[in-house]
Design a protein around this ligand. Sequence first.
Ligand SMILES: Nc1nc2c(ncn2[C@@H]2O[C@H](COP(=O)(O)OP(=O)(O)OP(=O)(O)O)[C@@H](O)[C@H]2O)c(=O)[nH]1
Ligand SMILES: [Mg+2]
Length: 318
Amino acid sequence: MEFERIPTVPTADEILDRCLRRAALKMRLKKNKDRANEEFVRAVSQAIHDRLVRIVRSFPELNEIPPFYRDIVDIMWGLDRVKKSLGAIGWAARWARTHGPGLAYQTRKAEDTAVLRKRAVARLSSVVHQIDEDLLFLNEIRNVVRKLPHVSDEFTVVVAGYPNVGKSSFIRLVSSADPEVASYPFTTRGIIVGHRMVGDERIQFIDTPGLLERAPEERNAIERQAMTAIINLADVILCILDASEHCGYSIEEQVRLLHDIEALVDKPVVAVVNKSDLAYFDGYLNMSTETGEGVNEVIDHLLHFRKRSQQERKAVTG
Ligand SMILES: Nc1nc2c(ncn2[C@@H]2O[C@H](COP(=O)(O)OP(=O)(O)OP(=O)(O)O)[C@@H](O)[C@H]2O)c(=O)[nH]1
Ligand SMILES: [Mg+2]
């Protein structure tokens, strides 16, 4: 995702420092002081304009980013607020471009060009300072989104279940390459994203640490939205149970969670019982991520939904 390439968004003071210094450097060699003052104003406003435009362009177009990322930005900060801040930066850039030449012209025409130069710089500074909060806000967003997991629009299995049932172990075991550990802003724990090649197609596995382990009525609105953003990625949900109860939850509680999840989402839910090296639970697929027993059967079972989701995608795209 292009998010990780967004550079740090500078503060108003940092922008002004840089632009003033660069303009001063350019003027150093000028012999005629009046001419130098005029050129200084022109150079500063141009540099401010260019810098601000670069900031706006470094952010991806919010209407074009994949729904998962748009959901997260919306839940965390609100799309409108983000657009407003980007708009404010754009406004300041345009201000510098529109008024810069006029300020430079006034400087040249002035009795005392040094006074006018200072006045012009003060006006430019005040415009840049007006967007200081927008700059800080965009930098906060940048710092969060660059650490989001990479998820793509391919066949996706979202792995759910109580803590310690073996969700992460499962993803690590079945992933062909080293899974990515990224951060998801709604949980303090790392989220694991892994891939497995099956034939010439990939399956994407996504962890849900701490997201689906509480009863629906205990979740607040933000948590519900955050969960929906992850669930929307899923072609199928794999709900892992632990019949050994070593995870600390009774099997009854775990089955209740399974039913909650089934009721909550309109995606297929596959239940599988992990830690079969310790205990079996009849009526379900059983596997052990420790010994590998039953894991291939689980993958095969998940693949049935790949065929289905491909047909559904074809039906949608015609
Ligand atoms: N005996 C046995 N232990 C397992 C098996 N799978 C996982 N474990 C152990 O169970 C513990 C929890 O496994 P994790 O994969 O971290 O569980 P998780 O569901 O990702 O837990 P959270 O990230 O806290 O939600 C670890 O100590 C694993 O070694 C298994 O098949 N058999
Ligand atoms: Mg885990």
